[in-house]
Design a binder for this molecule. Structure first.
Ligand code: UDP
Length: 243
């Protein structure tokens, strides 16, 4: 699979559908798969920290969650096919895994959000097997990996927010070998219905970021990372040319 270097992050050039198929194939073969879905904010914030870049690049699949990363790849002259959002990959997996009887675990968000997400997903995808949920608010001493290993799921959604979830997956994947671990931020909130995803028209016009800004204006400062990222990418291209 082609990987494209975006400011040091090696992003997989795959569609959401291809990513879901790769994850299912590897999981059936009992190969561990770490999946991170960085947006431009994550790449911009992680790229100056060698440890965080090492963590990002340890993933077998690193898919572009935001349109900013796709625009950045075009500026660099090495275009990615399309945005492959974590939430879309999660939905494709829930749908397709039913055929193979692969099971899921939801780790993250508040306990009641995880439970509600499970209920809703079971209605949306009849026959899907979710073998457990666990709150994302825990103490250092809690051994969540053991609890998840005991439930023995095939695919684990790790939804602890950017940074925390990637570190958790990096540290705990060796203890959950043969499984797929996806760091997919606020997905459980969306499945639970506590946070709404943007209407389709915003997604089609690549304006999902704008919808989130209107709905959650407190994210404004965080979202300034997008223009900083575009400036960084442009600077990189001017300095290095096309790789
Ligand atoms: N979260 C969690 N544990 C924490 C911090 C956050 O489980 O210690 C959850 C939070 O409840 C939310 C999810 O992480 O459901 C993602 O948060 P956010 O939307 O901020 O995600 P990001 O944009 O950082 O990926």
């Amino acid at each position: 699979m082609e990987k494209i270097n975006i400011l040091g992050a090696h992003v997989s050039n795959v569609t959401a559908s291809e990513a879901a198929d790769i994850i299912l194939h590897r999981t059936k073969n009992k190969e561990t798969t770490r999946v991170f879905t960085p947006n431009s904010e994550i790449i911009e914030n992680f790229r100056k920290d060698p440890k965080m870049l090492e963590i990002l690049n340890s993933a077998e699949l690193l898919t572009p969650d935001g349109i900013g990363v796709v625009i950045g790849s075009k500026i660099l002259g090495t275009p990615l096919k399309e945005r492959a959002a974590g939430f879309d990959i999660a939905n494709l997996l829930l749908d397709r895994a039913r055929k193979d009887g692969l099971t899921f675990y939801f780790f993250g968000s508040k306990e009641e959000v995880g439970k509600l997400a499970k209920e809703n997903v079971e209605k949306m995808y009849p026959g899907v097997k979710i073998v457990g949920t666990h709150s994302g608010y825990f103490s250092e001493n809690d051994d969540i990996a053991s609890i998840i290993a005991e439930a023995n799921p095939d695919i684990i959604f790790v939804c602890l927010g950017a940074g925390k979830q990637e570190k958790w997956i990096y540290d705990n994947a060796p203890r959950l070998s043969g499984k797929a671990l996806l760091g997919i931020g606020g997905s459980l909130d969306v499945f639970a219905g506590t946070v709404k995803r943007a209407p389709d028209i915003f997604i089609k016009l690549n304006l999902e970021w704008f919808y989130r800004l209107i709905k959650q204006p407190q994210r404004f400062i965080r979202m300034l990372a997008l223009p900083r990222f575009i400036l960084s990418v442009t600077g990189y291209r001017l300095k290095h040319g096309k790789e």
